[in-house]
Design a protein around this ligand. Structure first.
Ligand SMILES: *Cc1c(COP(=O)(O)O)cnc(C)c1O
Ligand code: SF4
Length: 334
């Protein structure tokens, strides 16, 4: 897929890499030396959610390991096809508001913009697998409707770009928004929720960091990594460039069975994040989305893992264990 708002004739390097992402599960298994496992691993019917994974992320997977924690996050699996009671297509309960004009204002002081439905990677546990993202996002019409809503409510101190992945938008498209935000005196902070610096660190190019550094706002970037192996030197360099541009860096993870549901893996993730200049922020209990039941960790085990982290790590390296409850005024501790 071509990211929005860029003439296809002149793709940037990151846009070129985006287009070259792997979409064929057999090709992925072949690269990893796992072609023999295709029959046991892959679903026998269409899951309705295509595989998509940038080649740079594939390069961080272990060869010959069908249980690799990065592979498990992206490979379509037979288990996705089974129906499990309690796992629904609208697990976070706001499908309707998400599909609207792209602005969600559920929490005090913070307006969240669904800036783009596109992602460079398709994470199998994501609620997005059922979401009709073709509709308009907050970026439509030069962000006009979003800017009007934010400008009309002086309680909004922070604007959060979310998605999909907001950094799938071109930097000139992001600049359209921040030109408008700079004229709204009550907005102090811009926050960006993005997995792109992890899965396609080339996105953090000079054009992007130049834009970010020049913003007359406080800047927070919330990354999304679930396992220490996701953070390689290219990711670390992208994070350093984000920090140099003035951003505070946080990370949110999803607790995923088989990927990071062990004390050792979670400790290693926190340590690696801090070594990269990133503080752990949230550890999310999985949203109960249809097709993702095999990733769920029982809440009692989630709590036990979290308690073990508190015993082993300094407080600033322990992420808050939370879940999203429809209608609540904040993410709730589990
Ligand atoms: C998660 C979320 C936020 C941000 O919540 P924080 O606790 O500030 O990270 C804001 N608005 C909506 C609608 C959200 O879902
Ligand atoms: S990057 Fe985020 S929004 Fe996109 S598929 Fe993965 S979890 Fe979902």
């Amino acid at each position: 897929m071509i990211p929005a708002n860029r003439a296809p004739a002149q793709p940037t390097r990151w846009q070129q890499l985006w287009r070259e992402a792997l979409t064929d599960p057999l090709e992925l298994l072949g690269i990893l030396g796992l072609a023999d496992h295709a029959a046991t691993l892959l679903p026998t019917a269409d899951t309705g959610f295509a595989m998509r994974v940038p080649r740079g992320f594939v390069a961080r997977m272990r060869r010959g390991d069908p249980h690799d924690p990065l592979l498990l996050q992206v490979l379509p699996r037979a288990a996705e096809l089974g129906e499990v009671p309690g796992f629904t297509r609208d697990a976070v309960g706001d499908l309707a508001s998400r599909a609207g004009g792209g602005v969600l204002h559920k929490y005090h002081g913070r307006a969240l913009l669904i800036a783009s439905g596109a992602c460079a990677i398709n994470c199998r546990y994501c609620f997005r697998r059922h979401f009709p993202y073709a509709e308009e996002t907050a970026a439509a019409n030069r962000w006009q409707a979003a800017l009007e809503r934010i400008g009309a409510d002086a309680s909004i101190r922070e604007v959060i770009l979310s998605g999909g992945d907001p950094l799938s938008l071109s930097t000139p498209k992001l600049a359209e928004l921040t030109e408008g935000l700079a004229r709204i005196p009550h907005v102090a902070r811009l926050r960006i929720h993005t997995r792109l610096p992890i899965v396609l660190p080339e996105r953090i190019d000079a054009e992007f960091t130049g834009w970010l550094a020049a913003l007359p706002l406080q800047k927070v970037v919330v990354l999304h990594a679930n396992h220490a192996n996701e953070i390689d030197p290219a990711v670390a360099s992208a994070c350093a460039n984000l920090r140099d541009a003035g951003a505070s860096l946080l990370n949110q993870s999803v607790l995923l069975a088989g990927v990071n549901d062990s004390v050792d893996v979670l400790v290693a993730l926190s340590e690696r994040l801090f070594a990269t200049g990133v503080l752990p922020y949230y550890l999310h209990q999985l949203d109960r989305v249809a097709g993702a039941a095999h990733f769920e960790v029982e809440p009692a085990r989630s709590r036990a893992l979290h308690e073990a982290l508190r015993d082993l790590l300094p407080g600033y390296l322990v992420p808050r264990l939370v879940r999203e409850v429809a209608g609540a005024a904040a993410k709730l501790p589990l």
